[in-house]
Design a protein around this ligand. Structure first.
Ligand code: NOJ
Length: 567
């Protein structure tokens, strides 16, 4: 390619800050406790803003900090415009925003509008049929003593609860303390848009939109087909009016192109995703898809188990190719709802550090915006939960309770493996800052016990150790900032059938990259496939000492990761 072509490619880039950014996700309850009550808080986060700056991230996604009874750790909001007491107040929040902005770090807030808390004033008034609030939620008469339909809640049991006050059933796709809003009602939509505008006027930079593809339910709320998966899902995943509502939301309040909007969208395939993020879509910047974090499920998430690299590569490359030209990918391997990635896709034993670096190499060199979940930059691992009393997550607690009612489950020990493989508390153990008691997270008793490995795996130690996962992440983040090819370059999967190696190229005009990752705990031989040129390629980053120039064939050690770029 000649220089003019390169120039054309570069100027044609549809640049956006959020495409070039690395986003850091904070789960406030577990990040840093400044008040000593065992619960993370906004002042605690503010104290760590320099930490985020040192790591080099460009934006923070803050999980919900709004007023909430905390049935689902803040995803049950009782007042959208105030801060949960244990987290602080709006002044603390403003100080945090300013501290982030002073360091050029943007702030993305969580937008939870599929449902509210049952303690939200809207619900309280709705259950009393109070004026315009009467139809703010999805109320129905039951069928005798039975709920209106057979839909199941994501957290187990029926998706309906009978409300004595109103004398009707209300729908809740999650916990019974999370009633679903009635998006068919224009007053609901307007109330939500006003709230969005209010937050935007506070100076935030975007939203992560909780289960946004569930807001529209099929007319008549028909029974779902019983069998595999969640009963009723076909009637509320990507429901009939979801695009109408999202476009309306976009036109009313989200049309500012500098905002990052990432929709959490369980159950979407690439074609669905285009309708949310594509050029003729709803105007979202990107979505969080779930295919690569559900492909190891059997009948449901608690049966998760075996996975193969070939299948993981297939899913990832389908998304890479599918949104290459029209849309944008989010890239994540874990978050507050998923187990720790090093425990799931790497090796949290002897190869913990190597495999954490390998997985980080993957997420920072794919086409899309990488999201780093707190503690991932240390290689934090899944925890151990010896008894159900140690669990805090409503989903896990419900699952254990329901399982124990079944005849083939004798005790917690029968389901412990499932909890420790896929349960959400794995990701929510406190951030490990140091080897001080409770990992330096709190001076009090943490709301959820720390992972016992905090004496070895913690920020203080990682920062003092030159070749730690933390330093490697900092280098990865820098690398992505320095090389357009890693942000905008096209992706081409190599060796799709190789069971151990995940390799691909990135190309942007005459800038090229070659990424080679060994997902095995043993050595493997890599031969550069025909058609891939090694000309001008030099090592940009690797998780072990390797020569600067690639050879046509080389051996990779356990969990070895290499990135070669044209200089
Ligand atoms: C997705 C959130 O990430 C999860 O934590 C929450 O439980 C559900 N949505 C319900 O809001």
């Amino acid at each position: 390619m000649n220089p003019t072509d390169t120039l054309t490619t570069r100027t044609a880039l549809d640049r956006a800050w959020w495409k070039e950014a690395v986003v850091y996700q904070i789960y406030p309850k577990s990040f840093n406790d400044a008040t000593g009550d065992g619960i993370g808080d906004l002042r605690g986060i503010e104290r760590r803003v320099d930490y985020l700056d040192d790591l080099g991230v460009d934006a923070v996604w803050l999980c919900p900090v709004y007023e909430s009874p905390q049935a689902d750790n803040g995803y049950d909001i009782s007042d959208y415009r105030s801060i949960h007491d244990a987290y602080g107040d709006m002044d603390d929040w403003r100080r945090l925003l300013d501290a982030l902005h002073e360091r050029d770090i943007r702030l993305i807030m969580d937008l939870v509008v599929n449902h509210t808390s049952d303690e939200h004033e809207w619900f309280q008034r709705s259950r009393r049929r109070d004026g315009t609030f009467e139809d703010y939620y999805i109320w129905r008469d039951g069928d005798g003593g039975d709920p209106p339909n057979n839909w199941e809640s994501m957290f187990g049991g029926s998706a309906w609860t009978y409300d004595e006050v109103r004398g009707q059933w209300f729908l809740h796709l999650f916990d019974e303390k999370q009633p679903d809003l009635n998006w068919r009602n224009p007053d609901v939509r307007n109330s939500v848009y006003e709230m969005i505008e209010w937050w935007l006027s506070q100076g935030i930079d975007g939203f992560r939109m909780d289960v946004i593809n569930l807001i529209s339910k099929a007319a008549g709320l028909p029974d779902g087909a019983e069998g595999e998966g969640l009963t009723g899902a076909e009637h509320f995943i990507n429901g009939p009016n979801v695009h109408k509502y999202l476009r309306e939301m976009h036109d009313e309040v989200l049309s500012d192109e500098s905002l990052l909007t990432v929709g959490e969208t369980p159950g979407v395939c690439v074609d669905d995703a285009r309708q949310y993020v594509g050029p003729d879509g709803d105007g979202l910047s990107m979505v969080f898809q779930f295919e690569h974090v559900t492909f190891d499920f059997d009948e449901h998430k608690w049966d998760a188990g075996d996975w193969s690299l070939v299948e993981l590569k297939e899913i990832i490359s389908e998304w890479q190719d599918g949104l290459a030209d029209d849309g944008w990918n989010s890239i994540y391997l874990n978050n507050h709802d998923q187990p720790r990635m090093v425990s799931r896709f790497g090796d949290d034993g002897v190869y913990r550090e190597a495999s954490a670096k390998l997985l980080g190499t993957l997420t920072h060199t794919l086409h899309g915006t990488p999201f780093v979940y707190q503690g991932e930059e240390l290689g934090m691992t899944n925890a151990s939960f010896a008894s159900p009393d140690e669990l805090r997550d409503v989903e896990a607690v419900n699952f254990v309770e329901e399982a124990l009612e079944q005849s083939d489950v004798e005790s917690y020990d029968d389901v412990r493996d499932a909890i420790e493989y896929i349960g959400r508390d794995n990701a929510r153990t406190p951030m490990q800052w140091s080897d001080a008691p409770h990992a330096g997270f709190t001076d009090g008793e943490p709301w959820l016990d720390c992972n016992t490995n905090y004496e070895a795996v913690n920020v203080e130690h990682a920062r003092a150790t030159k070749d730690s996962v933390w330093h490697y992440y900092r280098d990865l983040i820098d690398l992505r900032h320095e090389h357009d090819v890693l942000v905008y370059g096209s992706f081409d999967l190599l060796l799709p059938e190789d069971p151990a190696i995940f390799a691909y190229t990135r190309t942007l005009g005459d800038e090229r990259g070659l990424v080679v990752l060994n997902f095995e705990a043993g050595p493997v031989e890599f031969t550069v496939p025909d058609g891939v040129s090694l000309d001008g390629l030099e090592l940009a980053i690797a998780n072990t000492d390797v020569p600067k120039r690639p050879r046509p064939s080389f051996e990779l050690g356990p969990y070895e990761a290499r990135v070669y770029l044209t200089s």
